[in-house]
Design a protein around this ligand. Structure first.
Ligand code: SAM
Length: 240
């Protein structure tokens, strides 16, 4: 993202950008309920601390939530968009809270796992969202972040989806819907942060507190995804 304006939270442009997610909710599952998203869910599952509940921030229609629940995890989800939340019911997930990722209505140190799946690259202020995730993560907790790689080409995406088992018609329909849904997104200038920006935010957030990368890798070719997991250091580790 080259030019970044930062309107105040109450500006009209900012409010309209947020409504974009209500529009996207209508086509989200037709685009992303796919073997590719299942891979993302598995990637997140594998990065979690094996113990304790998971706070999922920016859950959308619940595609990753479903994977986490199927993987045996207790998940508490929230999202800023009310229409996305309504769609969660389709996946049998209830009790989702509407909240802004940059101002979580949660106490400090309340979750051993915090997940930001495909969210950080679209929020207005990734740094604020990351710091909130770290604030609510409990001591020695984990924050797991995923986002798509830059310049995710539709044809490459389709090829991957087909390889993972999506039907040709399903992959083609998803691509068409991506283009259609992308038009209002571009018109509203919905943010799409680049990997280098987000990696920098992660480094800054990590360095400003006692966190270390548990795992930092970029997965190409299979799921077109960046996954970072960070873990809070113990007091003795932080001193050492
Ligand atoms: C690309 S979708 C990802 C949804 C889901 N995590 C998934 O992987 O299928 C991004 C989601 O982030 C939500 N979102 C965007 N900005 C947000 C914010 N500031 N606070 C909470 N959720 C936000 C949107 O409403 C949308 O549901």
């Amino acid at each position: 993202m080259s030019s970044i304006d930062r309107p105040g939270p109450a500006s009209l442009a900012s409010r309209l950008r947020r409504r974009y997610w209500s529009v996207y909710a209508g086509t989200y599952d037709a685009i992303w309920d796919s073997p590719l998203t299942e891979q993302i869910g598995l990637e997140v599952l594998g990065a979690l601390d094996p113990q304790g509940p998971v706070l999922e921030v920016g859950c959308g229609t619940g595609l990753v939530t479903r994977q986490l629940v199927e993987g045996g995890r207790v998940v508490i989800s929230l999202d800023a968009d009310p229409v996305m939340i309504r769609h969660m019911a389709r996946h049998g997930v209830r009790g989702v809270t509407q909240a802004d990722a940059a101002q979580l209505p949660l106490a400090d140190a309340s979750f051993p796992n915090v997940v930001l799946a495909n969210v950080l690259h679209v929020v207005e202020d990734p740094s604020a969202v990351l710091l909130e995730a770290m604030r609510v993560a409990s001591p020695l907790g984990r924050v797991v972040v995923t986002w798509p790689v830059d310049r995710l080409h539709p044809q490459a995406l389709s090829r991957t989806e087909r390889r993972l088992g999506r039907s040709r018609a399903g992959a083609a329909r998803a691509n068409l819907l991506r283009i259609i849904t992308g038009v209002p997104g571009a018109a509203l200038r919905v943010r799409r942060w680049r990997t280098s920006d987000l990696a920098q935010h992660l480094d800054d957030a990590r360095l400003s507190s006692a966190w270390e990368p548990l795992d930092a890798r970029v997965v190409h070719g299979t799921v077109h995804l960046n996954t970072y997991a960070i873990r809070e250091r113990s007091a003795s580790e932080a001193v050492g």
